[in-house]
Design a binder for this molecule. Structure first.
Ligand code: NDP
Length: 444
């Protein structure tokens, strides 16, 4: 049996009932086969893949807090510190009822390669809780965040592990988490990113993942002789990534016609109006039915179905496994030429394989959504320097990082005879740097 297959079997046996984690490991290791075969004896002797697929540390903890009725609630908290070969652990915190160890491990594993790809010195980690901030009062969210940090603080630090936001963790939650960290430790340090601008946050961090996705997609299309301008784009999600992907795509002349939330989706033939979307989602925290109310030409559909929209480019920006095989087939038959992931693993393995083998371009989230974490690393740099850069400085660094990242991915795919396979390119480029650092640091 090949080394990759042995490790895949081992991962499944040692991590039962963790399908998302299995999926992420399989996707990465499958695409690394040519590289691993080249160094098989070496890697096997050093158990490099076993070490890579086993988190350095997994922290599971109880998060008790009191709701507005005086009732004590208990949630599960997680921080998985996956790999610190190239820098302190870095990755977001997700607060969502679906959070479990499998999801946190899949996200943490993917984060290793994504962070490596940015070219910046950051390792991989991820955390969160099965807490649902929706429908909670500010006081309840604060109570939860404070309790969460009362355990987490002992495991993180500006040079140890630097969490950020993710689904359900935005500026409000980061603020409460940071305040509690500061109160417990007395340290005013860059221990979290995505902070508010008045206390160490970076300009352009809010926009970074969505803008970065569009910079990456534009560069990928350009390398294949296609202009993003005037293309029709379907985007899912109505959160941080989706909103700023829509904003940047429209600034660059594309026509974005959809967005979605967890209950339905919008088709707006006049192009999604970002100001209305921000008002509905960022200010009112309401459903997309409110968008329809403000834009009479738009059509609101209950439930799923966004990928039935005729488009040139699809950008899934909501959540994992939201674009399945049937969606990929529909996109193809409607003439779509590219799927660029904004969310983490939004496309199922079967859908990805269909897209890649049917002449469409596919960019994996670990490459195309790396702008967020790259800008988080720029926030860490600014915190260390005690300086704040302007929006344009950060945005232009972000643009350079995304263009460089695409070239890195593209040339790794070409080097191993898989031109145009950006999944393989991203995994290979991300992996080689981490593997090299792990080998250099010995068996730790
Ligand atoms: P947000 O919470 O801001 O937005 C998520 C959006 O997706 C919301 O519109 C939400 O709907 C919808 N959504 C969430 N879960 C589901 C579900 N199970 N089914 C259908 N719709 C769902 O998150 P972000 O925009 O920050 O993150 C989106 C994705 O991008 C995630 O995969 C995240 O891991 C990834 N990502 C985020 C980065 C960042 O910087 N924010 C960086 C890199 C990756 P509703 O409005 O109803 O809540």
């Amino acid at each position: 049996m090949s080394y990759v297959d042995e490790v895949l079997e081992r991962v499944i046996a040692q991590n039962p009932a963790q399908p998302e984690f299995h999926q992420a490991v399989k996707e990465v290791l499958d695409s690394l086969r040519p590289v691993i075969e080249e160094h098989e004896a070496d890697y096997r002797r050093e158990a490099l893949l076993e070490r890579l697929t086993t988190p350095e540390r997994q922290i599971l903890f109880r998060v008790p807090w009191v709701d507005d009725k005086g009732q004590v609630q208990v949630n599960n908290g997680y921080r998985v510190q996956f790999n610190s070969a190239i820098g302190p652990y870095k990755g977001g915190l997700r607060f969502h009822p679906s959070v479990n160890l499998s999801i946190i491990k899949f996200l943490g594993f993917e984060q290793i390669f994504k962070n490596s790809l940015t070219g910046l010195p950051i390792g991989g980690g991820k955390g969160g809780a099965d807490f649902n901030p929706k429908g909670k009062s500010d006081r309840e969210v604060m109570a939860f965040c404070q309790s969460f940090m009362q355990e987490l603080y002992r495991h993180i630090g500006a040079f140890v592990d630097v969490p950020a936001g993710d689904i359900g963790v935005g500026g409000r939650e980061i603020g409460y988490l940071y305040g509690e960290y500061k109160k417990i430790t007395g340290l005013y340090e860059g221990v979290l990113t995505g902070k508010g601008l008045t206390y160490g946050g970076s300009l352009a961090r809010t926009q970074a993942t969505g803008y970065g996705l569009v910079y990456f997609a534009e560069e990928m299309l350009k390398a294949n002789g296609i202009d993003l301008k005037d293309k029709t784009v379907a985007i899912s999600g109505a959160g941080n990534v989706a909103t700023y992907a829509i904003e940047k795509a429209e600034q660059l002349g594309a026509h974005v016609v959809t967005c979605t939330d967890s209950t339905g989706w919008i088709y707006d033939p006049d192009g999604i109006d970002v100001a209305t979307l921000k008002d509905v989602k960022e200010v009112k925290r309401a459903r997309l039915t409110e968008y329809k109310a403000a834009r009479p030409n738009a059509i609101y559909h209950e439930g799923k179905g966004v990928w039935t929209t005729k488009c040139d480019v699809a950008m899934p920006c909501a959540t994992q496994n939201e674009l399945v095989l049937d969606d990929a087939k529909t996109l193809k038959s409607n003439g779509c030429i590219a799927v660029c992931e904004g969310a983490n693993m939004p496309t199922t393995l079967e859908a990805t394989q269909f897209i890649q083998s049917n002449g469409m371009f596919f960019t994996p989230g670990k490459a195309s959504n790396a702008g967020g974490v790259a800008t988080s690393a720029l926030e860490m740099t600014q915190n260390s320097e005690r300086l704040s850069w302007t929006f344009d400085e950060v945005d232009s660094k972000l643009q350079n990082i995304m263009v460089g990242l695409f070239r890195n991915v593209d040339s790794a795919a070409k080097k191993y005879g898989m031109e145009g396979n950006y999944v393989a390119g991203a995994n290979i480029a991300g992996f080689l740097k981490v593997a090299d650092a792990m080998k250099a640091q010995g068996i730790v």
